[in-house]
Design a protein around this ligand. Structure first.
Ligand SMILES: NC(=O)c1ccc[n+]([C@@H]2O[C@H](COP(=O)([O-])OP(=O)(O)OC[C@H]3O[C@@H](n4cnc5c(N)ncnc54)[C@H](O)[C@@H]3O)[C@@H](O)[C@H]2O)c1
Length: 320
């Protein structure tokens, strides 16, 4: 028996990579899936053919149920349409999985407004917009709702991705807010920091060079191959969170990279300095600030999200 029998799901970004693997896995687990993709390249430029049709074909050929949806995740009207389509077709929406995303890497001093706006729009608004309409339904239904949104390890900081790092950290804040707001309606909300060989990291510097030199793209080598970089390693975690058994997990950031799952801690204040219940005295601040709060901190310097992960002994993910 599938863990998602009788459930319905929206999966955004279902045309390629982890979204595609997730839509297929959800369907294998018994869910009816609205597979949603705009059909764009990694930077958000329209492709000639939308690959989400293939995702739907794969699901149907295996005896599953799926419909394609071709909208933009950052559009309010497309989002309302997608949620309405699921409710009109199958009577209810149980699971919303926001995976769609794009990249426009640039150092902060070179980044242009469009690069900032597009990445923040697709990731952050592209999580907010579908969630808003799912939440209206879940609040009316008061029975079941699962929101899973893809953040990234880059939310810890990634030097060449200020737009992406900000958007992915924004998703964490959004998830924590939504988890609180929707708890009384039997809805959970969690953020995932994933990692897999997809077309997104085919373009990381070292990999892109190797592909130019004739190597096969890792996204193709690992797809469905059962290796540690296979995109199909991520969905089992999502299936658990989306299932009835996931009811006790909400407001969390969870890592799914290869053959490894992890739970992030909740950030908390670790040291304090008090004014003594009176307005701050500037001399007092300068005397005590470093000693009380910051004396042993390292400067970030050239540290990246990956080097931070490496320092902690966690697996690293190139570029996304
Ligand atoms: N690949 C990794 O290791 C990695 C690491 C951390 C986070 N992520 C995140 O995981 C998610 C999936 O990444 P992936 O590597 O599978 O990428 P991918 O490029 O293979 O898939 C992204 C999909 O999103 C779709 N999309 C883009 N903009 C859209 C829009 N406006 N509306 C609808 N669909 C749109 C694309 O067409 C594409 O099919 C992304 O949010 C990414 O930021 C990936």
């Amino acid at each position: 028996m599938g863990h998602l029998n009788g459930k319905t799901a929206i999966v955004t970004g279902a045309g390629t990579g982890m979204g595609k693997a997730t839509a297929i896995t959800y369907a294998r687990q018994g869910a009816k899936v609205l597979a949603w993709d705009l059909g764009v390249d990694v930077e958000g430029r329209a492709l000639q053919n939308n690959p989400v049709d293939e995702t739907v074909e794969i699901i149907k050929e295996a005896g599953g149920e799926a419909v394609p949806f071709y909208g933009d995740v950052s559009s309010m009207s497309d989002s309302e349409d997608a949620v309405r389509t699921v409710i009109d077709t199958w009577g209810q929406l149980d699971i919303l999985t926001c995976i769609a995303g794009i990249l426009r890497e640039r150092m902060i001093f070179n980044m242009i407004e469009e690069e900032w706006d597009d990445v923040v729009r697709v990731h952050m608004k592209g999580t907010f917009a579908p969630t808003k309409f799912a939440a209206i339904h879940w609040r009316q239904r008061r029975e079941y709702g699962r929101l899973i949104a893809f953040s990234s390890g880059a939310f810890l900081g990634s030097a060449g991705q200020p737009n992406y790092a900000a958007a992915k950290a924004g998703i964490v804040g959004f998830i924590r807010s939504t988890a609180l707001a929707m708890a009384r309606y039997e809805v959970t909300a969690n953020a995932i920091t994933p990692g897999a060989a997809t077309r997104m990291n085919d373009r990381s510097l070292g990999t892109a060079d190797k592909i130019r030199g004739g190597d096969a793209p890792p996204s193709q080598v690992h797809w469905g191959a059962g290796t540690d970089r296979d995109a199909f390693n991520v969905p089992p975690m999502l299936v658990f969170l989306a299932s009835p058994e996931g009811r006790n997990v909400s407001g969390k950031v969870i890592q799914a990279v290869g053959w490894h799952f992890g739970l992030y801690n909740d950030p908390e204040v670790m040291r304090e300095l008090h004014s003594g219940e009176k307005p701050w005295d500037m001399d007092y601040v300068f005397e005590h600030f470093d000693e009380a709060l910051t004396h042993d901190l390292e400067l970030p310097g050239a540290r990246t999200a990956d080097s931070i992960r490496a320092e902690r002994g966690a697996p690293t993910t190139p570029n996304a």
